[in-house]
Design a binder for this molecule. Structure first.
Ligand SMILES: *[C@@H]1O[C@H](CO)[C@@H](O)[C@H](O)[C@H]1NC(C)=O
Ligand SMILES: *[C@@H]1O[C@H](CO)[C@@H](O)[C@H](O)[C@H]1NC(C)=O
Ligand SMILES: *[C@@H]1O[C@H](CO)[C@@H](O)[C@H](O)[C@H]1NC(C)=O
Ligand SMILES: *[C@@H]1O[C@H](CO)[C@@H](O)[C@H](O)[C@H]1NC(C)=O
Ligand SMILES: *[C@@H]1O[C@H](CO)[C@@H](O)[C@H](O)[C@H]1NC(C)=O
Ligand SMILES: *[C@@H]1O[C@H](CO)[C@@H](O)[C@H](O)[C@H]1NC(C)=O
Ligand SMILES: *[C@@H]1O[C@H](CO)[C@@H](O)[C@H](O)[C@H]1NC(C)=O
Length: 639
């Protein structure tokens, strides 16, 4: 699945595929011929055109161990003990296109290592390289297309080391690069794929990948990144695949994707995301595959996926999702092309009929491993399911579930379904599919049912507000409550809970929860909701809106004025309050202003100042200023 996307295939297709292969074959033939005439320098062997000395010690002369004479055309020297490369020894191979020096003991690439040569493919993986000297690859710049430096000991990439305008594939996996500085990859304008897995990268500086004007695939798995932001994504305009799985990412900054709007595949699995904010995926209108599996996501903001109109696969497995699905939030609205949704291994107990609304194209849905207790009728009605993976042995098999067995068999969705009842007790353990339709009865209601919802409230700043919620259940299972404000759990809220038994065609447990908000301020404004949970599931109250107002108060009031006729009168009045008060003026307690009739008066409703030009005798009087908002009004006049 990985790396097999159309973009990568296209990228690979762009390499002159046939040629390196041909070269290898030619080399193999040469090697074989050489082997017939004069055997490969024993104890080495020629395999697939490679001179493989399989860790055997090469005959060591007095001087340093050297690159041994190679049969002409041989492309590689793997598993040797070559400790260094130098240009002099490579002189004989100036026309070589394919050089494999992997699995040697090379510790350094010096400026003098490579003569000017025609290499296209260079494999230096599995050596001991710590140092890349400035300019060390410059002599290969006119031809090199692929360079592999995996499994070395590089901890720092010097600036301007990669001035290699034809390189399309660069691999730096399993090195020791912790920080990638800005502009590190400048000079790689043809690069299509960069692999830097397993380095322990903890910081990518702003512009770390700037200059990669043709990059399609960036692989950064198994590092130590903590954040996705537009700083390090800067300049990746052509990027199509980004893999940052197995890092420590806990934050996606709001405008992260500003520069990567061509992204088609994004893998953020195995990170530490807990919350998906509304802005998390803004700009990714071309995204087709999104993997968020194996994080700790519990909060999904309303509308977070709204812009992902091309998304086909969304993987949310093994997170801590519950209320985002349980509460009728319509979490997936906007994903009209989604084909596959994986919610396996979350904490979803109940599925409402709105949970999957908007998913008109959904064909594959995986809800396995969730201990689901209830599924409302029509929950899957909008989708075109061809596959439903569902396993639960926690079902509450009452009248509300009666629809499910029949629907499952009519929709031919039984293959991947393994469902059995936990309740009522007399059906416990029985497969849902074998329950007699008459046995789905509602003679009690073990799930909490909210009877009293919190009410929308308008309060003055500084007052105390209480919001009340109460639920009933026919079961003895203890109820727990939580309050949310704007979909966020309130952890330090002042809450009082009461439980009592009520007589109501049998005994029912009533549970009430009261949220106290003391000395409310504007920051307390928002939508409040209670959640009542017991063993059988959760119920979510309506959302109550709290509005906090403040009466107007004056900042400036008008002063007495004595002026000559013909002059300009200026009166000031300003007030604050919440919402912002409107200012109005009166003259002698009324709204008849001679100056207004003659258009000599200038006032705007929110202005601090009131002017009368060319003052006349009839303008004389008592002017008062009124400040008013929904909370109330007050008036001021000169003392
Ligand atoms: C490059 O070297 C690595 C390490 O020895 C080896 O696993 C890999 O197969 C080589 N790549 C190619 C294409 O020969
Ligand atoms: C490049 O090759 C030339 C000759 O082949 C050599 O003199 C020079 O040292 C090499 N290195 C650099 C960085 O130019
Ligand atoms: C990642 O960072 C943590 C804390 O900074 C550190 O303990 C851990 O060793 C790092 N992991 C790697 C693979 O570098
Ligand atoms: C559901 O399936 C998963 C793996 O397929 C398994 O680990 C789990 O125990 C199953 N749960 C139930 C309730 O059958
Ligand atoms: C929540 O309780 C109400 C009754 O107050 C009920 O109609 C509704 O179905 C319950 N919701 C769920 C998801 O069970
Ligand atoms: C709000 O409640 C606090 C604590 O109970 C109390 O001291 C205060 O007088 C109350 N304020 C108003 C305006 O009722
Ligand atoms: C109430 O909110 C205002 C504006 O947000 C702030 O200036 C003020 O300090 C707050 N008052 C209290 C008591 O928190």
């Amino acid at each position: 699945m990985r790396g097999a996307g159309p973009a990568v295939r296209a990228a690979r297709g762009a390499l002159p595929r046939g040629r390196p292969l041909l070269l290898l074959l030619a080399a193999a033939a040469l090697c074989a011929r050489a082997g017939a005439a004069e055997p490969c320098a024993a104890p080495c062997s020629c395999r697939r055109g490679l001179l493989d000395c399989s860790r055997q010690r090469l005959p060591s002369g007095p001087g340093p161990r050297r690159i041994p004479p190679l049969p002409a055309g041989t492309t590689g020297l793997v598993h040797n003990t070559i400790p260094e490369i130098n240009a002099e020894q490579l002189q004989v191979y100036l026309s070589l296109e394919n050089l494999d020096l992997s699995s040697n003991l090379i510790s350094e690439i010096k400026a003098s290592s490579f003569p000017r040569m025609q290499l296209k493919y260079l494999n230096l993986s599995n050596n001991r390289i710590t140092t890349l000297e400035a300019g060390c690859l410059d002599n290969l710049s006119s031809s090199l297309m692929v360079i592999k430096l995996n499994r070395n000991r590089i901890s720092m990439i010097p600036p301007k080391i990669f001035r290699l305008p034809h390189v399309q594939f660069l691999e730096l996996k399993r090195n020791r690069i912790k920080i990638v500085e800005s502009l590190t990859f400048q000079g790689l304008e043809s690069l299509k794929s960069l692999k830097m897995q397993r380095n322990g990268i903890s910081r990518l500086m702003d512009g770390a990948f700037f200059g990669l004007g043709n990059i399609e695939e960036l692989e950064l798995e198994h590092n130590n990144l903590t954040e996705v932001n537009k700083g390090w994504l800067y300049g990746l305009r052509t990027l199509q695949q980004l893999y940052v799985s197995q890092n420590a990412i806990s934050r996606i900054s709001p405008d992260a994707w500003e520069f990567c709007q061509r992204l088609a595949e994004l893998d953020l699995s195995y990170n530490q995301l807990t919350r998906l904010k509304e802005s998390a995926f803004v700009g990714l209108g071309l995204l087709e595959k999104l993997n968020l599996g194996d994080n700790r996501i519990n909060h999904i903001a309303d509308g977070v996926f709204r812009g992902l109109t091309n998304l086909q696969t969304l993987d949310l497995r093994n997170n801590e999702i519950s209320w985002a699905i349980e509460d009728a939030n319509e979490a997936f609205v906007g994903l009209s092309r989604l084909d596959k949704l994986i919610l396996q291994g979350n904490q979803i107990k109940s599925i409402t009929k709105k949970a999957f609304s908007g998913l008109e194209g959904l064909e594959h849905l995986d809800l396995s491993n969730n201990a689901i207790m209830s599924i409302q009728e029509n929950a899957f009605a909008q989708a075109q399911l061809k596959e439903l993976v569902l396993n639960t042995s926690s079902l509450l098999c009452d009248c509300q579930l009666k629809w499910l067995p029949q629907w499952l068999s009519e929709s031919s969705l039984l293959q991947a379904v393994s469902v059995s009842c936990a309740h009522p007790e007399w059906l416990a353990g029985q497969s849902l599919l074998s329950v007699d339709p008459d046995d789905f009865v509602c003679d009690n209601f073990p799930k909490p049912q909210i009877r009293v919802h919190p009410e929308s409230t308008v309060a003055l700043r500084g007052t105390n507000v209480t919001l009340t919620c109460s639920a009933v259940s026919s079961s003895d299972s203890p109820m727990a409550t939580a309050w949310r404000k704007d979909s966020e759990l309130l952890y330090d809220a002042e809450v009082e809970n009461f439980a009592r038994y009520q007589q109501q065609s049998g005994e029912v447990l009533e549970f009430s929860t009261v949220l106290h908000l003391f000395n409310v301020n504007f920051t307390d404004e928002g939508k409040y909701q209670c959640i009542v949970t017991n063993h059988f599931g959760s119920n979510y109250s309506n959302k109550a809106k709290l509005t906090v107002n403040e009466l107007p108060s004056f900042l400036k009031t008008p002063m007495d004025l004595t002026i000559r006729t013909g002059a300009m009168a200026r009166l000031e009045c300003a007030a604050e309050g919440h919402p912002t008060p409107q200012i109005s003026w009166q003259k002698d307690g009324g709204t008849d202003f001679p100056a207004a009739r003659e258009r000599r008066m200038h006032v705007m409703p929110e202005d601090d100042v009131f002017f009368i030009a060319n003052v006349k005798m009839e303008d004389m009087g008592i002017y008062s200023c009124m400040a008013q908002n929904v909370a109330g009004g007050l008036s001021a006049m000169p003392p």
